[in-house]
Design a protein around this ligand. Structure first.
Ligand code: SF4
Length: 375
């Protein structure tokens, strides 16, 4: 029985969407919500871009987007696609020819911006290239670059204007019998983005790519994205996400996963539950958690670990985690395994010991799921 069956108040009912493929990654339907990021190297710097793609993939990115601003970038894209372990989305603005080149270069998906891709004829050519090369398309509406006629009609960027832009382009794709598309409706304003996404979710069954654009730096952007994306995901809206931060793409991936983990929508790696610490702490909680976060980065198996400073909340939190440690005073604390008090451990050996216990538990979980898969 799953946790959600035992605790129905944890359930999120996902909006029903069509499923499309971005390379080998399904997006929409009952596919896991995928996590995306975008490189920030010059695409023509093939080595640097591949390095960034590999690091993002290692951190868990399911899909990586790359800008294709000129013909040299289209050429570089071909090499990057060849080396990438994850599907590559080509980000296209202004030049519809870059879209055609990117499809030819092996991009798994083309992101086109309705506000600047040009006439319907040009969009049609991009659609043809996508179809010929087994590429999906993301219609990427952005409040900052809406079509002129919509800005004139609405006076300024509004959720209605964004949704109208998106639906107009859905119609162009559908009129051309192209259905392998997803859609995003991004704005840097959380209210505008959330309202537009809710309207969009009602108006189409296309998979939805969520994002709060230009969200800010690591701290402010994380909070803004957690509020914007978190609320939409909680409503069941969103099939793939990208957290936009003025930071390393790896950070975007980590934040994306943390948002999904908080809502129980996706699990990857160790979910650390730790207390803020106070005068009662039996060991230095903050330093310990910092050290453990680094030492446990290599664990991909979904599991939980509680690191709690004292017995006020320690045993209770440990009940619900795979591995736990609770400070107890006198230089040592209690290790919990599968919710039960197991053995004492001195504070000075605790970090190494917890890493060992987590690695052991991860191996057990992996072995059990491999045995289940073989049945
Ligand atoms: S669990 Fe204990 S150490 Fe941690 S914040 Fe609460 S009272 Fe303080």
């Amino acid at each position: 029985m799953s946790l959600n069956e035992i605790r129905p108040w944890r359930n999120i009912y996902r909006r029903e969407s069509r499923r499309i493929m971005v390379g080998n990654v399904p997006v929409g339907g009952d596919a896991p919500i995928s996590v995306q990021t975008m490189t920030n190297t010059a695409t023509t710097d093939v080595k640097g871009t591949i390095g960034q793609v590999l690091r993002a993939a290692e951190a868990g990115a399911d899909i990586v987007r790359i800008s294709v601003p000129d013909q040299d970038s289209s050429r570089a894209l071909k090499e990057i696609v060849r080396e990438s372990p994850v599907p590559i989305v080509a980000d296209i603005h202004f030049h519809y020819r870059r879209g055609i080149e990117a499809a030819e270069a092996g991009a798994a998906c083309l992101r086109i911006n309705p506000g600047n891709i040009g006439s319907e004829d040009r969009v049609r050519e991009v659609i043809r290239a996508a179809r010929d090369h087994d590429c999906s398309i993301r219609i990427g509406v952005n409040a900052g670059s809406l079509e002129k006629h919509l800005l004139e009609k609405y006076g300024e960027p509004t959720p209605d204007a964004m949704v109208e832009s998106g639906l107009d382009h859905i119609k162009v794709l559908q009129d051309n019998d192209f259905h392998e598309f997803k859609i995003s409706c991004k704005a840097s304003d959380v209210f505008m983005a959330a309202t537009a996404y809710q309207q969009l979710a009602e108006a189409t069954d296309a998979p939805i790519h969520l994002g709060i654009t230009e969200a800010g730096g690591l701290m402010s952007g994380t909070i803004k994205s957690a509020i914007g994306l978190g609320n939409l995901l909680w409503m069941g809206i969103g099939d793939t996400i990208r957290v936009s931060l003025s930071a390393d793409p790896v950070e975007e991936v980590k934040v994306g996963y943390e948002i999904l983990k908080s809502l129980g929508l996706r699990h990857r790696g160790v979910n650390i539950i730790s207390c803020p610490s106070c005068a009662r702490q039996g060991f230095d909680v903050i330093k310990t958690v910092e050290a453990l976060e680094k030492r446990l980065e290599h664990i991909k198996t979904p599991m939980s670990l509680s690191i709690i400073g004292c017995v006020v909340n320690g045993p209770g939190e440990a009940l619900m985690t795979d591995v736990g440690f609770t400070g107890g005073g006198a230089g040592s604390g209690m290790v919990y395994l599968a919710g039960k008090a197991s053995h004492k451990m001195s504070n000075d050996r605790m970090i190494d010991h917890i890493v060992e216990e987590v690695e052991k538990k991860a191996a057990e979980i992996e072995a059990a799921s491999a045995a289940q898969a073989a049945e």
